[in-house]
Design a protein around this ligand. Structure first.
Ligand code: ZN
Length: 191
């Protein structure tokens, strides 16, 4: 179909700076590839941390690589309730004024003052894909999902266009479960 996009579910994860990686994993630490992701160059690493919120902890949270220029924690709204932090829905990278949290790694811990987001659902497109779909960077669309038993339409989906992207829609585990999204589920973009 000309307006369909593969839906991928992002599990909770952390992005770290080089400096924060060293604080958590020790001098000389690097991120090692566990699994390459659909977005070019991005990978799930073998390195995991524990998120320590005011209410509870969540262990074994994967760090995604490569390192970034800001440390950021992406969780579901359910995770935010579990941890006891506010649910703040933001686009990746837009962390000013978001909740903080404590990260614990094998070599040390780190008290973040901000950086915890529930990622705003989005679609990654290359400029070629965007042209084909007739969409622009930052455009907001809806996506209709026809699943086995929980079909729904997601509103407020942000289109992001970059030559380094691969075509895919990203939602979190709450959103995925709400729509019964499975491997290979496609959505239909509605402008
Ligand atoms: Zn994404």
């Amino acid at each position: 179909m000309g307006n369909s996009v593969l839906i991928e579910t992002s599990a909770r994860h952390v992005h770290v700076t080089e400096a924060d990686l060293i604080k958590l994993f020790g001098e000389g630490a690097t991120l090692t590839v566990k699994k390459m992701l659909s977005q070019p160059g991005q990978f799930a690493s073998e390195q995991k941390v524990t998120l320590v919120g005011p209410k509870k902890e969540i262990a074994n949270v994967s760090i995604l690589g490569p390192c970034r220029k800001a440390t950021q924690v992406e969780i579901s709204a359910t995770d935010a309730r579990t941890l006891g932090v506010d649910i703040v829905v933001r686009e990746s990278g837009d962390i000013k004024g978001t909740p903080g949290i404590k990260l614990v790694g094998p070599a040390g811990e780190l008290e973040l003052t901000e950086g915890v987001i529930v990622a705003k659902r989005h679609i990654h497109l290359t400029p070629e894909d965007a042209k084909e779909f007739g969409l622009e960077d930052k455009q907001v669309v809806s996506v209709k999902v026809d699943s086995e038993c929980r079909s729904l339409i997601f509103g407020d989906v942000v289109v992001r266009v970059n030559a380094n992207f691969a075509k895919a829609m990203h939602i979190d585990t709450d959103e995925s479960n709400a729509a019964c999204v499975a491997m290979g589920t496609y959505g239909e973009i509605i402008k």
